[in-house]
Design a protein. Structure first.
Length: 590
C-alpha cells in the first residue's frame, strides 16, 4: 500500500482497507445520509474535474466558509487539493470585514459557503473582493450558484487523466492550506501548512488515540475550519472511523443520543457546560438519591488513574459507576469511551470526574502553527497524567527556554505566515517555533502548561501574575461562567466576571431569593454579589497573597463569539474585553 504523504491520500488509504458504508454522514431534512468511502472519492474526483474545467491552476486558493461540519466540506477539501490548489477555511462567525480581508489577502479565486446567513454576510463585501470569480453554496440559496452544478460539470470523466497528473505532481512539502488564526488582536495571520506538516502530525499523534479500526463511531461538531478538528477528521479517516456531523451545538445532545458515538473531540468550555448540567440535575434530587449522587461526585473528584487510590477506593468507584456514572454515560449515548480535548486548559476536576465515569478525556496541547498537536495524553502504557497535556508525540522536539517558553521543532512546524516574512522570522528561530506559552516537564516527561507568556503581567509591586491559572480555578465555581483577571501595572489583581445567569436563577429559586429577571438586576443584587464574593474568597485561598483577586465587577452581558469577547475557539479576546469594560476598570482602580 502506498504511503500517505499528502492529505488526499487518506480516503484512498481507507478504501484499500475498508470501504466504509458510513464514511461521512450528514443530516438533511431530518434524515442521516451516508456517504461511503468509494462515493467520497468519486465525488472528490468529480469536483477535481470540474475545477480543472473552470480553469483552476496549481496554487490557486479556494475558500470554504461553513456554519456546520458536513460531508460537502470534506469532498471539497479533497477535490481542491488533488488539483494542486490550496484550501482556505474561514470561520463563519467572524465579521464581514474579516471575510473581506482574508479573501483578498489569500487571493481566493472561488468561495464555497454553507448557507444563507454566510452568503448574505459575504454579499455585503463582495464588491470589495475583485479577484473572487464565483460563490457556490452547499444549501439551495436563491441567486447563488449551487455546488451541485460542479458535480454536473465534472460528470464527464474525459479529463480524469489530467486530474491524475495534477495529483501526481503535488509534493508532500508543498503548501496545502492557509489557516487564518483568529488572533486576539489585530488582523488575522495566515498560517501556511504543507501536506507534510499535517500528514506527519496525523500519523505521529494517531497512535495516541485508542480506536477499534472500522468499528468506532465519531460525532464531529467543533469547527472544521480549525486545524484541531480537521486533523482529528483525518485521524478518523486513517482509522476507518465512521464520521457523523452534528447539526449544530444546539442539537448536540439530540445528535449524541441518535448517533451513540464512541469518540468525539471537545473544548474545555463545552465540557464545563456538560458537567454543570449534570451537577444541576443532581441539585434537583432529594433524599437518598441526592446523597448518592454527591457521594459519587466526591469520589470522582478524587480519581487517580491506574488504581493509585488503592483497593478500597476502586471498590467504591465500581459501585458509583453502576449506580450513578452509568446514567451519565447513557446521557452521552452510552458508548462513549474517549474524548480528546484541545484549544485551552482543561480543569483537572473535569478530567477526574469524567475518567471516573469511564468517559476519559485525553487532554493535548498544540497550536495552529504546529499543525496542531505537540503533546497528548494516552490512557494506555501509563501515558495519562492529570494536570498535564501528556508526553510529546514522536518526531517532535520540545525544549523549554530560559524564560520558561515552550519551543517546538519538527515536521509539524508551519512553513510560515503567508506574505509576512518578518512575522515568520520572529516566530521561528533556528528551526524552533516560539509558542508564546510557558511550561515545564515533570520528572516523568509529562508536559505542563502554566500560562501564556504574552498574558502574564506584573503588578506595580513587581509581582508576576499568571491570569489563566487564576481564571481556570475561579471558573470551577458554578456561579462563574467567564472571568478575566486584570491589573497590569496596578497595585493588585482584580477581575471582570460574567456570572452564570442560568445557574444563579436556579439557585435563587431554591433559596427563595428575589433577584429580578434581567441580567442588569441580577448583577446589582446584593445577595448575588455576596455569594460570588464567597466563591472568589474560597478560590483565593489557593493562591499567594499577591495573586488573590482583591476586587471584581460583574458584567451584564453574556460573553460570546458574536459579542466579540471570545475567539471562535472560545479563548478570551483580552484587549477587546478590556475595552468593553473600561468603565468598570476605572471603577475598580480609581
Amino acid at each position: 500500500m502506498a504511503p500517505i504523504t499528502r492529505l488526499f491520500d487518506f480516503p484512498y488509504y481507507q478504501l484499500n482497507k475498508n470501504n466504509l458504508e458510513a464514511c461521512l454522514v450528514t443530516k438533511y431534512n431530518g434524515v442521516w445520509v451516508k456517504t461511503s468511502t468509494q462515493e467520497y472519492i468519486e465525488k472528490a474526483n468529480t469536483i477535481s474535474r470540474a475545477l480543472l474545467r473552470l480553469g483552476v491552476q496549481k496554487n490557486d486558493k479556494i475558500a470554504i466558509i461553513s456554519s456546520n461540519n458536513r460531508t460537502e466540506w470534506n469532498i471539497m477539501d479533497i477535490g481542491a487539493l488533488q488539483t494542486g490548489a490550496q484550501t482556505v477555511p474561514i470561520y463563519p462567525t467572524i465579521s464581514e470585514d474579516d471575510y473581506q480581508y482574508i479573501l483578498n489577502h489569500s487571493e481566493a479565486k472561488y468561495c464555497f459557503v454553507s448557507d444563507e446567513v454566510v452568503y448574505q454576510k459575504l454579499k455585503l463585501v463582495l464588491p470589495n473582493i475583485p479577484l473572487l470569480k464565483e460563490i457556490y453554496s452547499f444549501n439551495e440559496i436563491e441567486g447563488c450558484q449551487n455546488w451541485k452544478t460542479l458535480l454536473e460539470l465534472g460528470k464527464d470523466e474525459s479529463n480524469q487523466s489530467d486530474v491524475e497528473e495534477r495529483k501526481n505532481n503535488v509534493k508532500a512539502e508543498e503548501l496545502a492550506t492557509i489557516i487564518y488564526t483568529s488572533g486576539t488582536t489585530g488582523k488575522p495571520k495566515g498560517v501556511m501548512l504543507s501536506h507534510n506538516n499535517i500528514v506527519s502530525n496525523v500519523l505521529d499523534s494517531a497512535e495516541r488515540i485508542p480506536f477499534e479500526e472500522g468499528t468506532s463511531v465519531a460525532l464531529s461538531f467543533l469547527p472544521i475550519c480549525h486545524i484541531f478538528e480537521r486533523v482529528i477528521l483525518y485521524i478518523y479517516q486513517f482509522y476507518s472511523v465512521s464520521i457523523y456531523f452534528a447539526e449544530s451545538i444546539d442539537k448536540l445532545s439530540d445528535n449524541i443520543k441518535e448517533v451513540k458515538p464512541t469518540v468525539f473531540s471537545v473544548v474545555p468550555r463545552l465540557l464545563e457546560k456538560v458537567y454543570d448540567k449534570i451537577h444541576a440535575k443532581g441539585e434537583g434530587l432529594t433524599g437518598i438519591k441526592k446523597m448518592l449522587f454527591f457521594w459519587a461526585i466526591d469520589l470522582g473528584l478524587r480519581y487517580e488513574p491506574y488504581g493509585a487510590n488503592g483497593w478500597w477506593y476502586e471498590l467504591q468507584l465500581n459501585i458509583a459507576r453502576k449506580l450513578i456514572f452509568s446514567k451519565w454515560k447513557e446521557g452521552l449515548g452510552g458508548k462513549l469511551n474517549v474524548m480528546v480535548s484541545g484549544s485551552a486548559a482543561l480543569q483537572p476536576r473535569l478530567i477526574r470526574v469524567f475518567a471516573a465515569a469511564e468517559m476519559p478525556v485525553m487532554e493535548g496541547y498544540g497550536l495552529t502553527e504546529t499543525s496542531p498537536v505537540i503533546s497528548v495524553n494516552d490512557q494506555r502504557n501509563k501515558g495519562f497524567k492529570i494536570g498535564t497535556v501528556g508526553k510529546v508525540i514522536k518526531n517532535v522536539t520540545v525544549t523549554i527556554a530560559a524564560d520558561g517558553e515552550i519551543l517546538c521543532k519538527g515536521p509539524n512546524v508551519m512553513m510560515g505566515y503567508y506574505k509576512d516574512e518578518q512575522l515568520t522570522n520572529e516566530a521561528i528561530k533556528e528551526g524552533f517555533f516560539h509558542t508564546g506559552d510557558i511550561g515545564e516537564f515533570d520528572c516523568e516527561g509529562f508536559l505542563k502548561i502554566t500560562d501564556r507568556k504574552k498574558e502574564m503581567f506584573k503588578t506595580s509591586g513587581g509581582k508576576y501574575i499568571a491570569p489563566q491559572l487564576i481564571e481556570n480555578a475561579m471558573k470551577q465555581s458554578l456561579f462563574i461562567e467567564q472571568i478575566m483577571v486584570i491589573g497590569d501595572g496596578e497595585k493588585m489583581p482584580a477581575a471582570f466576571i460574567q456570572p452564570s445567569f442560568d445557574f444563579i436563577k436556579e439557585w435563587a429559586k431554591r433559596k427563595n431569593i428575589a433577584i429580578g429577571n434581567s441580567n442588569e438586576e441580577i448583577i446589582s443584587n446584593p445577595e448575588v454579589i455576596k455569594r460570588i464574593q464567597e466563591e472568589v474568597d474560597v478560590t483565593n485561598e489557593k493562591f499567594g497573597n499577591w495573586e488573590k483577586i482583591k476586587r471584581f465587577e460583574l458584567t451584564p452581558d453574556v460573553w460570546s463569539i458574536d459579542g466579540g469577547h471570545l475567539t471562535p475557539t472560545l479563548k478570551l479576546k483580552r484587549k477587546i474585553v478590556m475595552e468593553k469594560y473600561k468603565d468598570l476598570y476605572q471603577k475598580i482602580y480609581n
